[in-house]
Design a protein around this ligand. Structure first.
Ligand code: PSU
Ligand code: MN
Length: 304
């Protein structure tokens, strides 16, 4: 896969000089938020990573190449082009061979980051086992990627469009540590709680970096989930969001939405049904994750 990768000068320089780097995904830009909030978010998040001492590497696919680091014009393309496809592990060969433009999910970003030697990745929320997954078998490839690829994913937990209990059970089976960053309850994206506990609570970036470093020194391959709750001021009340999610799930079922279209459909409906309130929450939590991820990347690099 390395033959298909290109690096910006900045990321190349950071890799050669062992500087801390934080990977970022493009699906959140192309399929997770509307324009122009998506491009504003993408730029702000990169700036937050720089302000906290690390180099951002937003990852996406264009012209038959996996790009590690995107310039402003390319970010704008991911934010505006309606043709951008959603790329998970399954989709790399098709998107690369056809030269299409592809936004990477958590799973795909982990693959590219892992190969590039980037160990820390900031996003919004991870995919998981969907509600009624025992019937539909809809289990995000993000979970199988977390089982095999050595990247820590800093996120605000998982949205309750998912079955959070089964998602955590799956991660346990696959040996993926779920760390609560300054929290004991696993956050549910819009809300700081889910009613489920994390496996391990850690309160500093150094402590998180130490667990990551130890996992990989032990030869235990795979990722970690670093769950970082949305800042209090931007959290949405649990009951409010549950009602909206119930409605969105009902519509998805009625419309017969399946496969990779399920998550974008639900995200879009939740946004519409909360009249944009969820968007502000989403932006706030991504920025917070970027800050924490940069601090972890700095501490991890200090161990080398
Ligand atoms: N969850 C969110 N926001 C997102 C996604 C998930 O709260 O934008 C995106 C991420 O890119 C994630 C993908 O990797 O959706 C999961 O899609 P699927 O469920 O089809 O695996
Ligand atoms: Mn799915």
């Amino acid at each position: 896969m390395k033959a298909y990768m290109t690096f910006t000068k900045e990321v190349q320089h950071a890799l050669e000089n062992n500087l801390p780097i934080v990977a970022l995904e493009t699906t959140i830009i192309s399929h997770g938020m509307p324009y122009p909030q998506n491009i504003e978010m993408a730029k702000q998040v990169e700036q937050i990573i720089r302000d906290n001492g690390a180099i951002p590497a937003t990852i996406g696919i264009m012209n038959g190449k996996i790009k590690i680091g995107l310039d402003e014009r390319e970010l704008e393309e991911f934010a505006t082009n309606q043709e951008v496809e959603k790329v998970s592990r399954r989709d790399f060969p098709y998107i690369l061979a056809t030269g299409k433009i592809g936004a990477t999910t958590v799973a795909a970003t982990m693959i590219a980051a892992g190969l590039a030697g980037i160990k820390v990745f900031a996003t919004g929320g991870i995919g998981g086992v969907h509600r009624e997954g025992e019937v539909t078998w809809d289990v995000s490839a993000d979970l199988t990627e977390l089982a095999r690829t050595n990247v820590a994913v800093v996120c605000a937990g998982a949205k309750s469009i998912l079955d959070i209990g089964r998602t955590l059970e799956y991660l346990e089976t696959q040996g993926v540590p779920v760390v609560g960053y300054q929290c004991s309850d696993f956050p549910s994206f819009y809300s700081r709680e889910s009613g489920y506990q994390v496996d391990f609570r850690l309160d500093s970036p150094e402590a998180v970096a130490a667990v990551m470093d130890t996992k990989w020194k032990l030869g235990l391959n795979g990722g970690l989930v670093i769950a970082n709750p949305v800042p209090e001021a931007d959290a949405l009340p649990h009951e409010e969001i549950e009602a909206v999610i119930g409605q969105a799930l009902k519509e998805a079922k009625e419309k017969g939405i399946t496969g990779k279209h399920v998550t974008p459909f639900l995200l879009d409906r939740v946004k519409q049904l909360t009249a944009g309130k969820s968007l502000q929450t989403n932006i706030s939590l991504v920025k917070h994750n970027a800050e924490v991820a940069a601090k972890i990347a700095v501490e991890l690099q200090a161990k080398k």
